[in-house]
Ligand binder design. Structure first.
Ligand code: PEP
Length: 250
């Protein structure tokens, strides 16, 4: 089954109101109307309203970097899926390794965030991936099983019809160290097999993105792999030229 590639920029906690506006304008100006890949950006939450205005009617999806596990109430610091929907967010990253490792988000919490995104019509981009220590211990697949398992248990494999997975080896994020094409393909194929055992049709149409130091010069080799359907891009998404070049490689 043909899967349309997806390339999403994760701006993390970078930029100013002015630089965010300029970056979006440059992306919109440089993105060909017939680009093969779908393209999205996830600005910091405070920039979402202006980004929503800039992107209205344009072929770039708007996304959030996280989404609350509750709809409303006394949850200081959180932004809910209904709020994000009101500003036109189509995507929300959940379970990014920075959320898991720096802020201690559990598999259970991440599964709840994922469920809320789906319940409100936002496509969650579920990030999974092992640390260097876990890879060296030979537990990469066990880590993926656990991270994915929490979501499968809470929401079921059929929910992945409305989701995207991003395989992001932690040792490759922001380090300049990329997984080799063989390493990426091996884990992507593994993830697809786990879903196929439960929901073969969902597995066939599921987009699995690679993330971890994707740059213009390595994007083509990664995106050309059979089970890699685009990328989640951190550092290189802050530069319009790099991000566009990566998007066009998908
Ligand atoms: C990320 O944080 O999702 C990411 C892939 O970052 P980078 O591209 O900078 O490694």
């Amino acid at each position: 089954m043909a899967r349309r590639p997806l390339v999403v920029g994760n701006w993390k906690m970078n930029g100013t109101r002015a630089s965010a506006k300029a970056l979006l304008a440059d992306i919109l100006a440089g993105l060909p109307t017939d680009a093969r890949a779908e393209v999205g950006v996830c600005p910091p939450a405070v920039f979402i309203p202006e980004a929503a205005e800039a992107l209205a009617g344009k072929p770039v999806l708007l996304g959030a970097q996280n989404v609350a596990d509750q709809d409303e109430g006394a949850y200081t610091g959180e932004v809910s899926a209904p709020m994000l929907r009101e500003f036109g967010c189509a995507l929300a990253i959940v379970g990014h390794s920075e959320r898991r490792l720096i802020y201690g988000e559990s598999d259970k919490l991440i599964a709840a965030r994922y469920g809320k995104a789906i319940a409100h019509g936002i496509t969650p981009i579920l990030c999974v991936g092992e640390t260097l220590e876990q890879r060296e211990q030979g537990s990469t697949f066990a880590v993926i099983d656990q991270q994915l398992g929490a979501v499968l248990e809470a929401c079921g494999a059929a929910s992945l019809r409305k989701a995207v997975i991003a395989y992001e080896p932690v040792w490759a994020i922001g380090t300049g160290r990329t997984a080799t094409p063989e390493q990426a393909q091996e884990v992507h194929a593994y993830i697809r097999r786990q879903i196929a055992e439960r929901e073969p049709e969902v597995a066939a149409s599921l987009r699995i993105l690679y993330g971890g130091s994707v740059k213009p010069d390595n994007a083509g080799a990664l995106f050309g792999l059979p089970d890699v359907d685009g990328g989640l891009i951190g550092g290189a998404s802050l530069d319009a030229k790099s991000f566009l070049s990566i998007s066009l490689a998908a």
